[in-house]
Design a protein around this ligand. Structure first.
Ligand SMILES: [Zn+2]
Ligand SMILES: [Zn+2]
Length: 403
């Protein structure tokens, strides 16, 4: 093995650093994209500003050490891979005089969709059918910075139950869609709910929801019976006290894991993977011991499961990020890949990622980080097992990819 230009007899990083970054305690630096995929070099400010800076092939150790000071952000542009093909697939368009309260108020039913409208819950299967009104307690004014309360709708995969909740708010309710009854009122208390979406998800006949800023519980959806009695307060159970604001919850394809979007004081966003199979089988403090995937500037960023082992997080670079996707191993948290481009609400299905971007629905293949298609002008707001739905101007449009 020959010594690298940084002076070390060590494995190459496959990337370069400026000469000022080969020593301990070097200056802060930029990540400077090379224009090849998402590869980047590290350059101190004066080198990043220079016309022809001297760059050295670094060893893995030098690069990693220098990257610890990559606090200045990004320069240059990534390569965005586009291999658009005709996506084909099947379209439907039907008149539908139903107006969801917002883009989060349409959810999947096994044979249609459920909308939360000004009149309450309306099933579209396919003719509009009124299910129930939604009656939630008023929200208190926020106690700090955050978002205004917004209604959001979730459904169980078998279509038996829905949860009508308040993102960035405190209250919600589980509704039995067969009877219109409300077996369970949801209340996550008043500690800074304006900072996160309402944490709720269905796992089969169980609904998981926040009952405090740092606590999730599981309930039998049909009866509202609590399944996860335990002590989590700092005073009574320091070992299992969790200092974490739970946000949106996203079940993995098998339902075994939940991806939680949330944050801790500084503030710092930390996506967590929770093992619900072990939790519901008796490991009662599993939600207090999730696997962190990243420590980042932001949260409430689009996320999706690629498969049961892989999570896609939007935004590349955990601080001062750029548009794109980081792939993480759900079990270890390790970052396993990244690619530039995607930005927008996102769903995973069949190993592909579907992103509602400004111009339309984009399909991305995380296997090689390329966009493989674009449906211009189609901006879905709900997804069911590969079928995407857009409901606006009294028109319901759906698209299902070719099998
Ligand atoms: Zn330099
Ligand atoms: Zn070195």
């Amino acid at each position: 093995m020959k010594a690298l230009p940084c002076g070390h007899l060590a494995p190459a990083a496959g990337a370069r650093v400026c000469a000022h970054l080969t020593t301990d305690n070097g200056p802060d630096c930029f990540r400077v994209l090379t224009g090849v995929a998402t590869r980047y070099d590290l350059l101190c400010k004066s080198c990043a500003d220079a016309d022809a800076p001297e760059l050295l092939d670094a060893c893995a150790g030098c690069f990693q050490r220098a990257e610890g000071g990559a606090d200045l952000g990004w320069r240059g542009s990534p390569e965005i891979l586009r291999r658009d093909r005709d996506l084909g697939g099947a379209w439907t368009t039907t008149a539908c005089p139903v107006t969801p309260l917002n883009d989060r108020c349409l959810a999947a039913l096994p044979a249609g969709w459920l909308a939360w409208t000004a009149d309450g819950l309306v099933a579209l299967d396919p003719e509009p059918r009124h299910i129930s009104v939604v009656d939630l307690p008023p929200e208190s004014p926020p106690t700090g910075p955050g978002e205004a309360p917004e209604p959001a709708l979730h459904t169980a995969a078998d279509g038996r139950f829905a949860a009508a909740v308040t993102d960035y708010g405190r209250h919600g309710v589980v509704v039995d869609l067969a009877s219109g009854a409300a077996p369970l009122a949801l209340d996550r208390q008043g500690y800074h709910p304006q900072t996160v979406r309402f944490p709720v998800a269905f796992l089969g006949s169980v609904v998981v929801a926040a009952t405090d800023w740092n606590r999730l519980d599981a309930f039998e959806a049909a009866t509202g019976r609590l399944l996860t009695e335990r002590v989590t307060s700092r005073e009574e159970n320091r070992e299992h006290y969790l200092d974490y604001f739970f946000g949106a919850l996203l079940p993995s394809p098998s339902g075994r894991f939940l991806l939680a979007d949330g944050w801790v004081w500084q503030p710092e966003g930390i996506p967590l993977v929770l093992d619900c199979a072990t939790w519901l089988a008796g490991d009662r403090h599993a939600p207090e011991h999730g696997q962190a995937l990243a420590f980042r500037d932001s949260w409430d960023v689009p996320m999706a499961w690629v498969d049961d082992e892989t999570v896609a997080l939007q935004q590349i670079g955990d601080d001062l990020p750029i548009d794109g996707i980081q792939l993480h191993d759900a079990r270890t948290g390790r970052r396993t890949g990244m690619f530039a481009g995607p930005a927008g609400r996102m769903w995973g299905h069949g190993g592909l990622l579907y992103v509602a971007a400004e111009t339309g629905l984009e399909v991305w293949d995380p296997a090689d980080g390329a966009r493989v298609g674009l449906l211009e002008g189609f901006t879905p707001i709900a997804h069911r097992d590969g079928t995407f739905a857009e409901l606006r101007d009294d028109q319901l449009r759906t698209w299902t990819p070719a099998a």
